[in-house]
Design a binder for this molecule. Sequence first.
Ligand SMILES: NC(=O)c1ccc[n+]([C@@H]2O[C@H](COP(=O)([O-])OP(=O)(O)OC[C@H]3O[C@@H](n4cnc5c(N)ncnc54)[C@H](O)[C@@H]3O)[C@@H](O)[C@H]2O)c1
Length: 185
Amino acid sequence: MKKILITGGAGYIGSHTIIEMLENTDWQPISADNYSNSSSATFDRIKEITGKEVINYAVDLCDAKAARVIFEKNPDIAGIIHFAAFKSVPESVDQPLLYYHNNLESLVNMLALAKEFKVPHFIFSSSCSVYGNIDKLPVDESTPMSKAESPYGFTKQIGEEILSNFAKVTPTVKTVTSFCLPIAV
Ligand SMILES: NC(=O)c1ccc[n+]([C@@H]2O[C@H](COP(=O)([O-])OP(=O)(O)OC[C@H]3O[C@@H](n4cnc5c(N)ncnc54)[C@H](O)[C@@H]3O)[C@@H](O)[C@H]2O)c1
């Protein structure tokens, strides 16, 4: 059974991903979420829905030492889906440093640990905000990025760049960026 680390597993998208994984695959999700924008009640609801317990490591992924423990205890992690981040556009305008710190430090730590512990797959949850204010819909993979309208969007642009730089020199980790496309505005 493949073990997949879902960061931000107590959050909105992470928890739905865990449920889908439990119900439709034979993979074993484990979570890392410090409940900064969620609570442990999520895992009670996941148990109600799926009948399965999910282990969560309630650590701040910006704390490299604490995050490392997850990998020491689970040396068989086969993939990481990195959802953990702050995601509010207005809050990021008010507190840009908080967003740069949380979203980038946690990403850098997770990539370094993926490399060190030889995790072969890494998916980064980006955002359509990387395209800035666009005139033409729908957005697709050929749409060029333009200036991010918020510090939040900029953390995702920088995150994609970090991933691209990392992938070039780290062939042992296959990386993918994903996001939801806006189909209507
Ligand atoms: N919700 C959307 O419409 C949407 C759209 C595009 C992209 N995204 C991206 O998808 C990801 C998940 O979004 P969501 O809507 O589920 O957000 P969410 O806030 O519900 O979930 C994120 C989770 O990450 C946790 N977290 C944040 N920083 C952490 C840290 N340093 N260490 C450990 N845990 C931490 C929070 O406690 C939270 O439970 C985010 O990266 C977001 O930018 C979301």
